[in-house]
Design a binder for this molecule. Sequence first.
Ligand code: FBP
Length: 277
Amino acid sequence: MTVDAIIEIVAETAPEIRDGLVNRRGTTDEQNPSDEIQLEADVWADERLEDRLTALDGVGAYASEERKGIVEAGDGYSVTLDPLDGSSNLKSNNSMGTILGIYDGQLPAAGRDLVASAYVLYGPITTMMVARDDTVTEYVIEDDGSRRPVTTDLTLPADPVVYGFGGGVTDWTDEFSTFASEIQRELKLRYGGAFIGDINQVLTYGGIFAYPELETAPEGKLRLQFEGIPVGHIVATAGGRASTGTGSLLEVDPTELHQRTPVYVGNTDLIERRERV
Ligand code: FBP
């Protein structure tokens, strides 16, 4: 089945991406569509994944955070990739990820069009989190790219423990600062500079991650199509909630492929507290 094949390809490519990082820590002379300097590793991971996914029957379109346009590939699902999330962590040798969205519809597409979403976490262990058919499964990815399930029907722990808030304190809005000061007194800080590393903390221990709207960037930093929607789908499938701060992230109809959005994901009661501020 095509959805399985797409997920398999991302899993099988993960060990190659991981092994290829060590010699690709430099920057290129290019910027991505979000005007961020591209690392050699960003471009290389994107090329590997685009090459393999567009060759698959049943993939109709490929889009990535690293390329402006959509690569048409015939008929079938639309696939979105953040090939190397948190690539700024490569210099400091900290966790990074790959984020996958599989949509039954034309891009840009909303969360309601997702048929599956997944992320690879390049941590001490290479793992993959997959949300499909209303359940979340965590896999270990072996050196040969095979997947071994280690957690089935993963659900957010009911009692939250950690929080991670992006942006700079001086750039937070008054509303967010008020909310943040409450949470900081209740939970433990876990912020590692890579969305996927921080999300995996929230899914493991319970809590909240936010890259909020900022005074200087009202739409925040993270991309709706490539980061917010697929990861929001995983957290919502695990029993949590994904929000823009004012409403469901999964109900937003993207108008631009690379548009940014404020992102709040985690335990429902925490997210709803933010939405009520
Ligand atoms: P990319 O590396 O894919 O551009 O991701 C952006 C990102 O690195 C997220 O992974 C992370 O949550 C955020 O930016 C960190 O931003 P900041 O450096 O401002 O804390």
